[in-house]
Ligand binder design. Structure first.
Ligand SMILES: [Zn+2]
Length: 336
């Protein structure tokens, strides 16, 4: 069986994998996207890696998942939030010109859903919803055994589903979007603010606990300790580690994130009735406390059907999900 290249093209990094017929990533390379240098330059560098890796191997296609709305038949990327200056780029035509192989393009979260469905945590499902939690929040839907792309190639954009009618402003120009509440940058920002507020509180009330017998002194959050005492160094890593260790401030934050995300997912569940929801992306690194909070929120907000078939699980393919899914776009194009 021939190999296919699967590419996950993001605002910061581009992951390129050579995937075998069984969906295994045999070789992987990661390069800086350098989106600002323009699409032609960036795609030329991707092509150079492809040329190097394909030597003496039979390769059938290149599949590529891109953050943004992607016209998957023409292979043109539109309004990519993290690729400034790329709007309207004919990725398919450009890359085909460089590598001489058929190129298939799709939205990055849609290819993650494809990867998880075929080889990961969504195997065997006919109805699947896959959510990627990172700086942005994306989604992909498998409905009745097919990837749902929608009328405008925009299906699955759950990050911009509103969970508050009059919420905080989002980068998309609207307000109250779930991405504005669970996107990595915003969660980290909230963690830092709360840790700083706690530090101030502890300092202000330093000598008062002895006045109240039986009152336990509140210790500083583990998030601060893990960030070596510098609140501005708190990232998803420290938040997750502290929550898993039972730190109260981190747990509260994670419960909120789970509740917000669960609200959006509950709406999706009512609409799509998936049998499984797969959660991936950097924020999912928080681990079990997040999954618990999401489940609680989803099941609290959806109609209680007796024996409802619905699992909520983490991604199995992790950072390879996009590569593996993109490598299967050729088969999808053939079957549709
Ligand atoms: Zn939005």
């Amino acid at each position: 069986m021939p190999f296919d290249f699967g590419i996950d093209l993001g605002g910061t990094n581009t992951k390129i994998g050579l995937v075998d017929g069984a969906g295994k990533v045999r070789v992987r390379r990661v390069l800086a996207t350098r989106a600002a240098s323009g699409p032609a330059q960036a795609l030329k560098r991707v092509a150079a890696v492809i040329d190097k890796l394909r030597k003496r191997r039979r390769v059938a296609s290149v599949g590529i998942g891109i953050a943004g709305l992607v016209d998957h038949t023409a292979g043109i990327v539109r309004v990519p939030p993290n690729l400034p200056g790329w709007n309207g780029t004919p990725v398919k035509r450009t890359l085909e010109g460089f590598v001489g192989l058929p190129v298939y393009c799709a939205n990055d979260a849609n290819v993650v859903a494809l990867g998880e469905w075929l080889y990961g945590a969504g195997r065997g499902c006919r109805h699947l919803l896959c959510v990627t939690l990172g700086t942005g929040v994306g989604g992909g839907i498998i409905a009745d055994g097919r990837l749902l792309v929608g009328a405008n190639d925009a299906a699955g954009e759950i990050g911009h589903a509103a969970i508050f009618a009059d919420g905080l402003p989002c980068s998309c120009g609207h307000s109250g979007c779930v991405e504005r509440y669970v996107g990595a940058r915003y969660v980290e920002d909230r963690a830092r603010k709360r840790v700083r507020a706690q530090m101030k509180r502890l300092k202000d009330h330093k000598n008062q606990t002895s006045l109240f017998p039986g009152m336990k002194a509140e210790g500083p959050s583990l998030m601060l300790e893990f960030a070596k005492g510098d609140a501005s160094g708190i990232t998803m890593r420290e938040i997750g580690r502290a929550a898993r260790a039972g730190d109260r401030l981190a747990m509260t934050l994670v419960e909120e994130v789970g509740d917000y995300l669960g609200t959006a997912l509950a709406n999706a569940v009512e609409l799509l009735d998936p049998e499984r929801i797969v959660i991936g992306g950097g924020v999912s690194g928080i681990g079990p406390p997040l999954l618990k909070a999401v489940r609680k929120s989803v099941f609290r907000r959806t109609q209680s059907l007796p024996g409802r078939k619905l699992d909520i699980v983490f991604s199995e393919l992790g950072i390879n999900a996009g590569i593996v899914g993109a490598s299967r776009l050729r088969q999808l194009a053939v079957s549709s």
